[in-house]
Design a protein around this ligand. Structure first.
Ligand SMILES: [Zn+2]
Length: 215
């Protein structure tokens, strides 16, 4: 029965994954949020995630991951977050090696243990930072991994082919509290408005002809 179907939602408290959480809830899934502390330079995103999960009374688990070998700029506080004039066409320095593969592996293990049938991920390949683990090819390949493991679990990435404005319009219909979401790569008091992540968010709200309640 639909209302008993469980889903694991990879959740960061950002704009995309919050939209996905609301999407999954609207589809009738009993959601469990999986969040990761992988050494991000700030905890603002994670704090947003906990706040939103509590708001919708969804059970959440935080996985503390230790990645001592990373040298990306998101987990190294000594590096400066790059400001690109145009979105990068190659893999940017904010890419955390294997991040979504790691997240999905934890999600698979969790989903099997609680008998969930779907793993929701907010991957998006239109207005995105060119991360190789956010593409339709990657999601398809990971679903093949799940098949070889003889599980019935599928990875669902409902935002994969939507642009940022479409994601925001969808979320607005679903009453996503964008006010509580955190997108910026930096952990300042307010979003920096300059990093790639902020730029994509600004572009999305502008194209959707909506104002960003977080600003
Ligand atoms: Zn920013």
């Amino acid at each position: 029965m639909m209302k008993d179907r469980k889903a694991v939602v990879l959740f960061s408290g950002g704009l995309d994954s919050t939209t996905v959480l609301y999407y999954a809830m609207a589809k009738g899934y009993k959601c469990k949020c999986l969040m990761f502390d992988y050494g991000q330079r700030h905890s603002k995103e994670l704090l947003s995630a906990v706040k939103i999960a509590n708001l919708v009374k969804v059970e959440n688990v935080i996985i503390k991951m230790n990645l001592p070998w990373t040298n990306d700029v998101l987990t190294s506080s000594s590096e400066i977050i790059p400001v690109h004039k145009h979105l990068p066409k190659t893999i940017p320095s904010t890419y955390v090696y294997g991040r979504n593969t790691l997240f999905l592996s934890y999600a698979l293990s969790y989903a099997q243990s609680i008998k969930a049938c779907v793993i929701f991920i907010g991957a998006n390949a239109v207005d995105f930072s060119n991360y190789p683990d956010c593409t339709p090819e990657f999601i398809k390949a990971y679903n093949n991994v799940l098949k070889t493991l003889k599980t019935e679990i599928v990875v669902c990435a409902p935002l994969l082919k939507l642009n940022k404005a479409q994601i925001i319009k969808l979320g607005t219909k679903l009453n996503v509290p964008y006010k509580n979401t955190w997108t910026c790569y930096n952990g300042y008091k307010k979003p920096c408005m300059k990093c790639d992540s902020c730029k994509l968010r600004i572009k999305g709200f502008k194209e959707a002809k909506l104002s960003d309640p977080a600003l």
